[in-house]
Write a protein that binds this ligand. Structure first.
Ligand SMILES: *Cc1c(COP(=O)(O)O)cnc(C)c1O
Length: 408
């Protein structure tokens, strides 16, 4: 493996983050959300680590991810998938024992047809749009769809096991919509239960609500970003404040190091010009690898922070497709091959994904999910289980056509 950068994923951090989340929501089960390749951490290894930490459910937006979890041998945990278009392989999902979200009358009809086709009972979670304005049945749609759902339940085609929704302002716990959505959700739960559904789980809380709104924990919480150790509410508390440890470290080796005079332009369009004789270091990752171009730097506004030895240096000039340049200063002693860290746990003062998000004008979710599949993932932590974890990740991502996968 010659790629001069990698995302090192600490699986023990993922397990420990789930333990912290369980402590924040002691009356609920935890569904670890592993959509988007487990927020870039690697679907199967991250899922296994979350289960080791006590998650009993896995959440996948895409059906292919839900099927990949089963194909990787994760047969025990409940798996919910929720984002699919007409013609999705619902029959395969039902046969794979995957719980299905239903967000429309048409989806309900398709699930019922698929269940009848394979002669199994589909487990269904009715998704209610309590105010996010995204996926889900409006309260009026719910009232319309419920009779058909109950008839299909009586026939054995499906079991209405869950009702759920998603908050628009979970990261602002005092926002009036949180209370309003909670009220609409409570009404929907009452409607469905009084109509005769024996609900197993009612769920509303993402990471932010798991950490800050205990009144919406219900039976199951659905954290994503916090499983990976990043704070969903950086304005209210850091990872450490919530007992979380960032699981991904994005590191690279310096490709070249060279001395240049004052007044030397750096990278495209010379957005950065050296102010003195100095040493430039080239880091061999760029926007094609997931380094946000919006984190380019100027002399006035340092770009994305990179840890070099025991100091942190902002990206100098434009982020290029596959490299960025650092102004290491006149006294730099770094050599080509020296390790630099774009983001990691933040321990010892190093930069975090949250720091990159701030510079790039985005959220940490986007920073970790965009680390490209071309950047090898390396797994550490959870002793002894590592080789099998990495191997199953490689086969799962190959199966999903996700490109180059895990490194050992
Ligand atoms: C992504 C997602 C989650 C997890 O959100 P986080 O903010 O990462 O905790 C939970 N529920 C749904 C429906 C989601 O789409």
């Amino acid at each position: 493996m010659s790629f001069p950068a990698r995302a090192v994923v600490d699986l023990s951090a993922i397990a420990s983050n789930v333990r912290s989340l369980r402590a924040h929501a002691p009356t609920a089960q935890v569904m670890a959300v592993v959509k988007a390749d487990a927020y870039g951490h690697g679907l199967v290894p991250a899922a296994r680590a979350a289960l080791a930490g006590g998650a009993t459910w896995l959440g996948a937006a895409q059906m292919d991810e839900a099927l990949a979890l089963r194909a990787a041998g994760l047969s025990e945990p409940r798996v919910l998938t929720w984002l699919y278009a007409p013609g999705a392989p619902l029959a395969r999902a039902i046969e794979a024992d995957v719980d299905l979200a239903v967000s429309s009358a048409a989806a309900l009809a398709e699930v019922v047809a698929a269940a009848r086709l394979v002669g199994r009972t589909a487990r269904v979670h009715l998704k209610v749009d309590t105010g996010l304005g995204r996926n889900g049945l409006t309260p009026a749609d719910l009232a319309d769809v419920l009779p058909a759902g109950l008839r299909a339940q009586a026939d054995g085609a499906l079991a209405l096991v869950g009702i759920w929704s998603h908050l628009a302002f979970a990261d602002e716990p005092d926002h009036p919509t949180v209370r309003a959505q909670h009220g609409v959700f409570a009404d929907a739960v009452r409607l469905v239960e009084s109509a005769g559904a024996a609900l197993e789980v009612r769920h509303l809380a993402n990471s932010a609500a798991t950490l800050t709104s205990p009144q919406v924990h219900y039976d199951l919480v659905r954290p994503g970003i916090a499983v990976y150790g990043l704070s969903p509410v950086p304005q209210l508390g850091s990872s450490a404040d919530f007992g979380l440890v960032p699981a991904m470290t994005f590191e690279a080796e310096l490709a070249t190091v060279k001395r240049v005079p004052a007044g030397h332009g750096v990278s495209y369009a010379h957005q950065y010009v050296t102010s003195r004789d100095t040493v430039l270091g080239v880091v061999p990752v760029g926007y094609a690898d997931g380094v946000p171009r919006h984190a380019s730097g100027t002399p006035e506004r340092p770009g994305g922070p990179v840890r070099v030895g025991d100091r942190t240096v902002g990206v100098a000039g434009r982020v290029c497709m596959d490299q960025v340049v650092l102004d290491l200063g006149p006294d730099a002693t770094e050599q080509p091959g020296d390790r630099v860290e774009l983001f990691g746990t933040g321990a010892d003062g190093g930069p975090t994904a949250e720091d990159w998000a701030r510079v790039a004008g985005t959220i940490s979710y986007e920073i970790v999910t965009r680390v490209s599949r071309g950047v090898p993932r390396e797994y550490v932590g959870l002793d002894g289980a590592v080789p099998s974890l990495a191997a199953s990740s490689a086969s799962a991502s190959a199966g999903a056509g996700a490109g180059t996968g895990a490194a050992l």
